[in-house]
Ligand binder design. Structure first.
Ligand SMILES: Cc1cc2nc3c(=O)[nH]c(=O)nc-3n(C[C@H](O)[C@H](O)[C@H](O)COP(=O)(O)O)c2cc1C
Length: 210
């Protein structure tokens, strides 16, 4: 990311960001599960970060440049990734204030066109629409390509820090599949288009009188 001044590490295919400080964290577990499935499905490198890794400078930063070196490196990874998984815990019906503050420091152009799987965790089901009413509008501001299926996970869907509700895991797979147009290699895309091309060739041959 040329707009940033931190050291740029190797480009990661799929980067997950958990908007939680907790450790252990259900939100981080959700981000890790989504990133693991996406990386396996599309054979990409992957990394997951959380707000706790951005350092104490985050709360005081007035601009991106005020962030610490590690935080700037993480933002570089986020901005350069081919795809993102962004997961947030619900705090008072919305995302945590510092999660929003991180995105307040990001240039409006840096996430344009980025495919993003949106996910959230909450204590119960009441605020499941955080994805549609809070997260999706935020990333619409950045002109990102949020995937149609968001994944909300409540406390009862977890056991021992892992998601145990199969319906949730199935929904996660459905969401991950929607990365396809962005993460499939061109050759894979050609292969999946092959039947259409053959049909077209056949129609062209017929039209030409063969
Ligand atoms: C300050 C605070 C506010 C919360 N507000 C809500 C809320 O409005 N709705 C809800 O369903 N859960 C709420 N919760 C519960 C968390 O969203 C839930 O436990 C979440 O899974 C925590 O994720 P974590 O393990 O990554 O911290 C709140 C938790 C905290 C600490």
């Amino acid at each position: 990311m040329s707009a940033t001044s931190s050291k740029i590490g190797p480009k990661i295919g799929i980067v997950g960001l958990s908007g939680s400080f907790s450790s252990p964290s259900k939100t981080r577990a959700l981000a890790e599960e989504a990133v693991r499935r996406a990386a396996t499905r599309f054979d990409k490198s992957a990394e997951v970060y959380d707000l706790g890794q951005l350092g104490h400078e985050l709360g005081h930063a007035r601009s991106f440049a005020d962030l610490g070196e590690e935080a700037r490196r993480i933002v570089d990874q986020i901005v350069q990734a081919k795809a993102l998984v962004i997961a947030s815990p619900v705090y008072k019906g919305s995302y945590p204030g510092l999660f929003k503050h991180l995105f307040d420091l990001i240039d409006p152009t840096w996430l344009a066109g980025k495919p993003i799987l949106l996910a959230a965790t909450g204590g119960g089901e009441k605020h499941a629409l955080i994805i549609e009413h809070q997260l999706r509008p935020l990333f619409a501001f950045f002109e990102a390509q949020t995937l149609a299926t968001g994944v909300y996970v409540s406390e009862r869907d977890f056991a021992d820090g892992r998601i145990v509700n199969q319906a949730v895991l199935d929904r996660l797979d459905r969401a991950v599949e929607q990365f396809g147009p962005y993460l499939r290699e061109p050759r894979q895309q050609e292969r999946s288009l092959a039947p259409v091309s053959h049909l077209r060739l056949h129609q062209e041959a017929l039209a030409a009188g063969f």
